[in-house]
Ligand binder design. Sequence first.
Ligand code: ADP
Ligand code: ADP
Length: 216
Amino acid sequence: MRLVLVGPPGAGKGTQAQFIASNLSIPKISTGDIFRANVSGGTELGKLAKEYMDRGDLVPDEVTIAMVRDRLSESDAQDGFLLDGFPRNVPQAEILKKMLEEFGVALDIVLELVVDDEEVVRRLAGRRTCSQCGRIWHVDFDDKKDDVCDACGGRLYQRDDDKEETIRHRLEVYQEQTAPLVSFYAQERILVGVDATGPVEEVTQRAMEALSPYTD
Ligand code: ADP
Ligand code: ADP
């Protein structure tokens, strides 16, 4: 299964990606996670990406696309993958299509996680991420009073770009650059919308139902 998750920041892409990828035994490829790993590792790519990420802007396409091409060429991605956070604009989507054609494959489905702006802001403002295993939590919805990951015991942190002003800018960037992907993939006839409100497990269930025609 070759699958893409789209939706605004805070829709729950990362949260759902971890469960869907594990259910389908395919690698989860999150461009945001790869950029953050490079930032904390102090690599050249990390130094370049950081200034864009801190502002809430997109990292330039050529850098992002080269990174995704490398990742999709790895052996674990040959039989399927779940992309979270890529593509994020129509040029990236067009290049992804060509790249997959070169590899002799194509996307099976694009899942759009649908949730309103108010809920998105609430979700982002309370987001915490585990510095050790990367698992995503929410201070209210998961009732996280301490800063400790229940999955691995690691320390939870708040992302630099989850500050109110940056959140607002990222939502504008989503509307301007990423939302047009919805009609792009609708035209390609591979878009399926999923209601992303309600408990995490219910959203996962809806997503798995939407994917069931494509699984063996
Ligand atoms: P969220 O899940 O909150 O939308 P991500 O973790 O996917 O955030 O991305 C964090 C940041 O990483 C983005 O604001 C952007 O700066 C950068 N980034 C991630 N994916 C891409 C991409 N496909 N193209 C350009 N920049 C990206
Ligand atoms: P995205 O990757 O789309 O930016 P995340 O998966 O990081 O979104 O989720 C953003 C925040 O919302 C996290 O704190 C996460 O725990 C929380 N969250 C995700 N899905 C739900 C849900 N169904 N109900 C409540 N909170 C959720």
